[in-house]
Design a protein around this ligand. Structure first.
Ligand code: ATP
Ligand code: MG
Length: 991
């Protein structure tokens, strides 16, 4: 352990509380020191698997438990959603009661939260639409004429240029360079070249700078922000609105950052702005794991931190709890080839990366070389099976296959599937190639044009129709013979002798096509998708099994649905035809559809992912595959537009940046392994020439292998590949929302459809309406509370309310909020929509009147919480908590509808409020005096307060219910509620 003290840090090897405090007991001395670090900045630089992430999770819990900080006073930032999710989980496990406001998130999510709250302050819309790469591409593509391009004018397909420009803008945003700054730079930059080239260079740069400016304006004109904007504008907000910055600086007493090596300049700027008064910022990182070159060079960030915080304490962790010693040694020897661009070299012993394994034993480290790609794929599957069979409690989840790119991983997923080995492909791209999405797209194509024969063929073979193979052959044969479209052949199906079953299916399909193509001209495209799913029987098909695979299909469908909704948000006439037009452009640009994976799917599966996605994770056995020249290390992608060095704010190192980055990536791959590490390669990947092995194989010290090296044949006898094994069951969730529990209480089967299988759903007009009213009232009450000078955070006593009589927000302002919040979706007809709009106004009138009369004093609005009930987590959101005279509070939940004239809260409605009563008491330290449903339509309120024994019974009831859910008990309870069930049409138990 090495601790550099520049501020007094506890000097005892083991802090006194350690022996008994379960948060500290199992940590080594350096780790403990990091957890209990006092005030001031702290830098933890350490190699992989030394417990960095663990230490900061513990620190968060420790700060809360020892009352050094409240949960909402800690800002913890990390890189990926997955990492943020894991940190939340770890912290959950450490905080016994639960909490209300935890700011653990990615940088982007943090900025998004801030901007949604305060965007108006810098002239941005607070209801901005966040564009992903695809959306941004399409926006530029549609508006290409607005860009004054000469040097970069696309001659053919503009896709490459647009991507290059977008990449460039994003890079500029990483460096927090605004268009104005860019333009300024171009005007003044000293370009060190002769006169002729200088003029050309300046005009090229001016063109880019102008394009950047146009792009930014385009985004704003459309009410959109892209990912880079989130940071850019948050920085601008904090730099120009000191009051807000001060507010957040006062709130966040502790800042904690994981994977610090990968923060870009803009993110680092943000951190520096937010550093609290006491300088409490803890950053952890490993320069050897910096894998986003364009987010700043590897060592620069950490050195910069040391410059900016010269007083920072430093802790080095050298005990590794993940891997066997020989894996650590091999990885360290490998990464040393990046010297001297490494901290270890720059800082000497103070940053020693030689790690000591805590777990004894030697791991197999092998290079397996094969003749062909097929052999490699088979060889990996064989080796996995072999190792698993040899282990006592071998699990599929002990294995991970890592590839440099998504496309390399494809072949492995086919092979695992073929062998019936459960696996999960954690790809970030490829949604549009998923079978279920292809089925839907085929149907869409048909609605657009009946005569698209390949699409019709796919639809006929898709799950809801799946017509007989022989009949299908006859049909296509006939179509070809008559040179007509398959559709025309179907129309004349009686001429062919088809099986009666086939005939019926064709009639059904033709009928649906007729109805749906009628609708498609009027309805939103997302609604058409859901209609197709339910009318065709696809949804009924999906609900049939509850395997992880089925769930994955639903997840793909839901992602496709989100894609459609994003399209709708940006279009005035979001019909199927317009979507298909845009979609064609998107596909032309090479977009494969971004894919997010569902981490909740089955636990016991082989994981297959890219190295980038594996960051921070660990697995007993790791296979790094396709280790050949040009794949890993990858070739440096040309065609990009470089950002001028002078605009990059960090120190750019010398050396072969690309190769070094690939080495770091490889180092990340190696250090995921605990007990075994396998490198595989092949000679023949189907190209004209044989592939050379990756240079990394030699750098690892393996002998060069010849073609005759072990192929599958020479491997030991292996058990024959099994047929498809029983599909793995879904893992039950660990967290439950109140909505989910309510759904379960109504009907466990309904719960399963909605929350386990996550079948896509129709929206409903009255849901859109309910959401509109809720968000309008929230906005209004926030404004109301703000202007009364009693911000949400303020508690009793401090709230010396200003003017008691006037409502500080006018009815007109409320109306504007209503208009802005209006959600236009899912109303069956324009008339019905209109009547809802009127009803909304009446609701607001009466709400406004009540506020004028009663002068409520809201303490909290939309308070998120997560509370532990028994051994489970339940989360929810409280609409409003008001202060009552005498120090108690009233908890209010809005109901959009009418009361049924009841004067008391009905037993089945009590549960929700009791949950809130528990959360407010335990997590916020409040004393509820009244729990209230406020029926907005008629303005009535009904209240009650649960007694302690009721709360105990409630908590036990919830625990028992969750036990049943986790036990997989989905017995349907049909009844009158079936009439309102979303799944009534596909449910055979319907009452
Ligand atoms: P990476 O650099 O890959 O992100 P890391 O430094 O963040 O790694 P962690 O993921 O926090 O490391 O920890 C690696 C593994 O070691 C985890 O399984 C963690 O639970 C375990 N671990 C860390 N510290 C200890 C300890 N003191 N005792 C037992 N296990 C530990
Ligand atoms: Mg980590």
């Amino acid at each position: 352990m090495t601790v550099k003290k520049s501020k007094p840090v506890p000097t005892v090897e083991t802090p006194p509380a350690a022996a008994t405090d379960p948060l500290l007991a199992d940590l080594n001395a350096a780790q403990q020191q990091a957890v209990v670090h006092g005030d001031g900045p702290l830098l933890i630089v350490a190699g992989a698997g030394t417990g960095k992430t663990m230490v900061i999770s513990r620190r968060i819990a420790w700060l809360v438990q020892t009352a050094r900080a409240k949960p909402e006073e800690i800002l913890a930032l990390t890189f990926t959603d997955k990492a943020a999710g894991e940190m939340v989980e770890r912290v959950d496990a450490l905080l016994p009661l639960g909490y209300t406001d935890l700011w653990i998130s990615t940088f982007h999510a943090f900025c998004q939260r801030i901007l949604h709250e305060h965007a108006l302050e810098i002239g941005l819309p607070d209801d901005f639409r966040l564009l992903n790469e695809t959306d941004a591409y399409l926006l530029v593509r549609r508006n290409l004429d607005k860009f004054d391009l000469d040097y970069y004018r696309p001659l053919g397909n503009p896709a490459k240029f647009i991507h290059a420009l977008l990449g460039h803008f994003s890079r500029a945003k990483d460096e927090a360079v605004s268009p104005e700054e860019y333009l300024e730079f171009v005007k003044n930059a000293a370009l060190d070249q002769d006169v002729a080239t200088e003029a050309e260079e300046r005009s090229r740069l001016a063109e880019i700078a102008n394009a950047y400016h146009v792009y930014q304006k385009l985004l704003l004109d459309n009410g959109c922000l892209d990912f880079g904007d989130l940071l850019l504008y948050t920085l601008r907000l904090f730099k120009t609105r000191r009051r807000l910055l001060d507010k957040y600086r006062a709130q966040f007493k502790q800042i904690i950052v994981d994977e610090f090596q990968d923060t870009n300049w803009a993110q680092y700027e943000l951190l520096k702005l937010l550093v609290p008064q006491d300088g409490n910022i803890v950053v952890v990182g490993d320069d050897d794991q910096a894998i986003y070159k364009f987010r700043g060079a590897s060592v620069a960030n950490i050195l910069q931190f040391k410059d900016d915080f010269p007083d920072a304490a430093e802790i080095l962790l050298t005990q590794n709890y993940r891997s066997r010693q020989n894996i650590l040694d091999r990885a360290h020897d490998f990464i040393k080839q990046n010297d001297p661009n490494r901290l270890e070299v720059r800082l000497g012993a103070a940053a020693s990366k030689r790690l000591l394994a805590n777990r004894p034993g030697v791991a197999p480290i092998e290079h397996l070389h094969f003749a062909t790609a097929e052999d490699e794929v088979a060889g990996v599957a064989d080796r996995i099976t072999e190792i698993k069979n040899g282990l006592q409690d071998g699990q599929w989840s002990d294995f991970c296959i890592l590839a440099r790119s998504n496309s390399s991983a494809d072949a492995f997923s086919y092979e695992l599937q073929r062998r019936g080995i459960p696996y999960q492909f954690l790809a970030l791209k490829g949604l549009y190639a998923k079978p279920v999405v292809l089925d839907c797209l085929a149907y869409f194509k048909l609605l657009d044009n009946y005569h698209e024969s390949p699409a019709l063929y796919r639809v006929l073979s898709s799950p809801p129709y799946r017509i007989d193979g022989e009949d299908l052959v006859n049909l296509t044969h006939q179509a070809r013979r008559k040179a007509e479209s398959l559709y025309e052949t179907l129309k004349k199906q009686e001429l062919l002798r088809l099986k009666p079953e086939t005939s019926r299916t064709i009639d059904r399909l033709l009928g649906q096509l007729a109805t749906h193509s009628q609708l498609a001209g009027r309805k939103n495209v997302s609604e058409m998708l859901v209609r197709f799913l339910y009318d065709s029987g696809y949804a009924a098909e999906l609900k049939r099994d509850d395997t992880a695979e089925a769930r994955e299909r639903s997840s793909h469908l839901n992602q496709f649905l989100s894609r459609l909704r994003r399209f709708e948000a940006g279009h005035d006439e979001p019909t199927l035809r317009h979507f298909m037009e845009e979609f064609a452009i998107e596909r032309d640009s090479g977009d494969e559809g971004s894919l997010s994976f569902d981490v909740e799917t089955g636990p016991d599966m082989v994981r297959l992912m890219t190295v980038h996605a594996a960051k921070g994770l660990e697995f007993p056995y790791v296979f790094v595959v396709n280790l050949v020249d040009k794949r890993f290390p990858s070739i440096e992608r040309g065609g990009g537009i470089e950002l001028p060095d002078a605009l990059a704010k960090e120190k750019i190192p010398e050396g072969d940046m690309h190769l070094e980055e690939e080495r770091r990536l490889f180092y990340v791959a190696m250090t995921r392994a605990k007990d075994g590490l396998f490198f595989t390669s092949a000679e023949d990947y189907g190209g004209k020439t044989k592939k050379k092995p990756s240079r990394f194989i030699a750098e690892l010290g393996f002998e060069p292998t010849s073609a005759a090296a072990p192929s599958v044949e020479t491997l030991p006898d292996l058990p024959a590949a099994k047929g498809p094994s029983a599909a793995p069951k879904l893992a039950p969730p660990n967290y439950f929302s109140f909505t989910q529990l309510a759904a379960y209480a109504k009907c466990p089967l309904q719960y399963k459809y909605a929350h386990v299988l996550k079948l896509p759903l129709f929206g409903k007009g009255h849901f859109s309406f309910g959401k509109t009213i809720h968000s309008t009232l929230q906005k209004f009450m926030e404004e109301y509370a703000d202007r009364r000078g009693m911000g949400q955070q303020q508690l009793f006593g401090a709230a010396a309310a200003a003017d008691q009589d006037a409502v500080p927000v006018s009815r007109e302002e409320l109306e504007k909020m209503y208009e802005a919040a209006w959600i236009d979706d899912w109303y069956p007809t324009a008339q019905i929509k209109d009547s809802y709009r009127k009803k909304g106004r009446a609701i607001l009138d009466s709400f406004y009147r009540r506020v004028t009369e009663l002068h409520p004093e809201p303490l909290f609005l939309e308070k998120d919480f997560k509370v532990r009930l028994g051994s489970y987590w339940v989360r929810g959101k409280i609409d409003r908590i008001d202060k009552l005279p005498g120090g108690e509070v009233e908890i209010i939940d809005y109901k959009t509808g009418q009361s049924k004239g009841e004067t008391k809260v009905k037993a089945e409605d009590k549960r929700q409020l009791m949950l809130y009563q528990i959360a407010a008491g335990r997590l916020l330290g409040l004393k509820p005096g009244r729990l209230t449903y406020e029926y907005l339509e008629d303005g009535t309120k009904v209240s009650f307060l649960a007694k302690d024994d009721e709360l105990v019974a409630f908590e036990e009831g919830v625990s028992a219910e969750i036990d049943r859910i986790r036990g997989g008990d989905y017995t349907p309870t049909p009844g009158r509620h079936c009439d309102f069930c979303d799944f009534a049409d596909i449910c055979e138990f319907r009452g």
